[in-house]
Design a protein. Structure first.
Length: 310
């Protein structure tokens, strides 16, 4: 499932949420679009900083909370792709700042390249002018747009480290790049993102949907329950689901169930039928076809990836 060319760079042949979760323990990842999954992930934990970069051939849903003491700077690099962050579309050149344990919800389209840099907030504050620090600390999320050229220093740094993994990490240089970019962009952009009414509806929909998903099994949720909890008409809920995920609620919850099945199969210990039934797939023949369409392999093949399989 995973191939390593050096300790920092991993290449994936098949979606494995557990391996990805090991790299980002605070986040949960789901394969959103169907088909055989491939991609790469670069992750370099350092003494006072952590940098990660990656690209996958299929859309991926990312959910979770960041550490409240950590400043996360995310960068969207692919010029022809966009990311849906907190129910809003962002294009290449966008720099997103996340802090204060904000609940994250991101959809990365297939082939999108991204970089995430995690720095202790105290380190960032030391490098920022007082006026910028005050503006940053006033918001839990900041969305800044710029050109691809704005991110060239980040791209060059990542490429340099990937090519020479034994080179001493230039943490101070990397943190300075982030701080300089933040200072520069805040000088030209309002740090308070202007959310439209549609953005607010979508964010509310995400919040309620995730709350329901945590409280109940995904297969027991109905469109009616979501509409009642969020006080929206079915047509509106359908519309926003398609805008955010590219699919309706029924397909979305089936996607989540399939991902849970895959996680359990890779962990091993139970049979395919036991795991499928656990996640509400009662017609095993139909389930196998649906699973293969989504992940590009049969459930039995996934189970065989685990050395402790039956």
């Amino acid at each position: 499932m995973r191939q390593q060319s050096n300790p920092a760079l991993q290449r994936f042949d098949g979606f494995d949420s557990q391996l990805l979760h090991a790299e980002f323990p605070q986040l949960n990842l789901f394969q959103l679009s169907p088909g055989p999954f491939k991609g790469w992930l670069f992750s370099a934990p350092m003494e006072n900083c952590r940098i990660a970069a990656g690209s996958f051939n299929h859309a991926v849903l990312v959910e979770g909370h960041y550490n409240p003491d950590t400043f996360h700077a995310g960068f969207i690099l692919s010029p022809e792709h966009s990311a849906n962050v907190q129910a809003h579309e962002y294009d290449s050149g966008t720099m997103t700042i996340h802090r204060n344990a904000v609940a994250m919800h991101e959809v990365f389209s297939g082939s999108l390249a991204w970089v995430d840099i995690a720095i202790p907030e105290k380190n960032v504050r030391q490098k920022l002018p007082p006026s910028i620090t005050e503006r940053v600390e006033g918001h839990s999320q900041i969305f800044l747009t710029g050109s691809r050229k704005t991110l060239d220093p980040i791209i060059q740094w990542v490429n340099r480290y990937i090519d020479t993994p034994n080179h001493p990490p230039l943490e101070s240089q990397l943190q300075s790049i982030v701080s300089e970019l933040l200072s520069d962009r805040l000088d030209y952009h309002d740090s308070e993102h202007a959310f439209t009414e549609g953005d607010l509806f979508r964010m509310h929909l995400l919040e309620v949907t995730h709350k329901l998903a945590r409280e109940k099994k995904p297969y027991s949720l109905s469109l009616g329950e979501i509409c009642k909890a969020i006080d929206m008409k079915p047509r509106t809920v359908q519309k926003y689901f398609h805008e955010i995920y590219g699919m309706g609620p029924t397909e979305y919850f089936r996607m989540r169930r399939l991902n849970h099945v895959r996680t359990d199969l890779l962990q091993g210990g139970d049979s395919v039928s036991e795991i499928a039934l656990r996640w509400g797939f009662n017609h095993l023949g139909r389930f196998s076809g649906t699973y293969k369409t989504h992940f590009g392999e049969s459930p039995k093949t996934t189970l065989q990836h685990n050395p402790d399989r039956l």
